[in-house]
Ligand binder design. Sequence first.
Ligand SMILES: Cc1cc2nc3c(=O)[nH]c(=O)nc-3n(C[C@H](O)[C@H](O)[C@H](O)COP(=O)(O)OP(=O)(O)OC[C@H]3O[C@@H](n4cnc5c(N)ncnc54)[C@H](O)[C@@H]3O)c2cc1C
Length: 507
Amino acid sequence: MKKKKFDSFDVAVIGGGAAGLTAAIFAAREGATVVVLEKNSRVGKKILITGSGRCNLSNITLDYDWQLMFRPEIKKQVLRGVQSSKFLVDLSHYYTSSYISDIKNSPANYDNALIEHIFSETLTAKEFFKQLGLKTIIDEDGRMYPHSSSAVSVLDALRLECAKLGVVENVSYFVDTIEGRDGEFYITPVDGSPAEKKVTRVKKMIIATGAPSHVANNTVNALTSNYTDDSGGFSALKFAASVGVKTTPFYPVLCPVKTDKKLALPVKGLRVRADCRILNGNRALLSEIGEVQFGDDYLSGVCIMNLSRYISDEYVKSVSVARKNGGDVSDYFGTPEISLDLTPDFSLYTLKKELTAIATIRESVKLEEFLTGLFNKRVGNEILKTAIPDVKLNTIVNTLTEHQLSEIADVIKDWRFPIYGVHSWDMAQAAGGGVLLSELNRDLQARSSNGVYFVGEAVDIHGDCGGYNLSWAWVSGETAGRAAGKAVIEGIEPSQELHDLIDQKNM
Ligand SMILES: Cc1cc2nc3c(=O)[nH]c(=O)nc-3n(C[C@H](O)[C@H](O)[C@H](O)COP(=O)(O)OP(=O)(O)OC[C@H]3O[C@@H](n4cnc5c(N)ncnc54)[C@H](O)[C@@H]3O)c2cc1C
């Protein structure tokens, strides 16, 4: 008998991460035969490390049911017909590389019209996972997690649904090339793949290869786009180019911010709650309150990660200006700093009064114990060393002058760390850049190439920490999966022109 040269399916999903598995489910629900081609030996590896192993799978701000329940002013608008309930989701936590400001408040453009459209047409994460038998819970900050508090159960739920629908998982299949011929696509694995890894022939292709975030030991210099693709993280750019779709280089976002090792190392491993501000000179550019973690040469934590996007954006701009005009990146990057206010709940005046009271209570103890209780001892001592560098820590507290107390209070309210850039891919939780939204139709199908869809982190949209990135993976996977499945089974090709979407938004 002649051996089959190809494995044939209706739809191939390249990349078995959060977006790819979701796309596979929705395509298969339409009745399409679906294969997931995954380069790793198992699918969904990244899902397992999300939310520190708990998987923060969405956020309350994206759940219109919740908004209706707890925001009476909005419920009234919906009841009066002023507002459609599906448009209640808060998209201000999403960004594209062309709109660094939040999408909701940007002028009407294709990117935000498309994103709004996608969120309004898809299931909420709560609904989606309910369909998969996974119960979700919300924490006090509005973050959604699986009830089990385990990322494993999120992956299990997705895989069980894929199995139920007959989705084929073809793992250790590192896609090298994609080629369109006679209305079909031929997908070839890298040279040296086992013989049973045949060329895959499909009618539709969903590219869900993610981005290089959290690629360990990756030596790529993504900011200058010099990369090798042994990680698979850059596959989306390569595949997009091969089907004539425009992209913008990936750059790391949501990453720890590099600082002076001398300042961070002594408090390594500790956490503080602070109002974090990014300063340029003495001008505060942005701020966010939250927990800050200290690493050996970096600051981390949710608020720092969120602020890091602006730093990497500035850094990317500086790299390109330096390339154009010559000189060093640092000539253009400036000298930004992070300022931590360690007592955001009270004013400088109140803090000074508190310190004076503590100084009276602890008048006979050594200075190294002075701030104990207000902060971890190591943090307290670093504050003292910064504020009053000439005073030894074994000095007795009652020798402190009013001026010195005032200097300590100043540092507590404004502890400065120079910014030396951001940590790169190995520590990044998301990527900016990727396939430009303007290249995609409302179903995330490439405008230039019928039958090729892009989803998840491969697309130029990223969100803040808090469940927004996985939410995009679910909704983009649903959109493209459903559309690809429908196109194969019913021959329906939903596509709407750019200006229609913008018109809709501006109505
Ligand atoms: C440490 C960490 C914690 C995070 N925590 C959260 C969180 O709690 N909440 C949240 O919302 N977001 C979180 N994120 C972000 C979130 O994980 C991503 O946004 C999301 O996983 C992206 O999904 P994706 O399917 O697009 O890409 P991925 O999950 O990266 O999947 C892409 C898949 O494609 C495969 N692939 C790549 N190239 C090829 C190829 N050529 N051939 C075959 N297969 C290929 C890869 O092996 C991979 O399995 C976190 C990220 C990190 C790194």
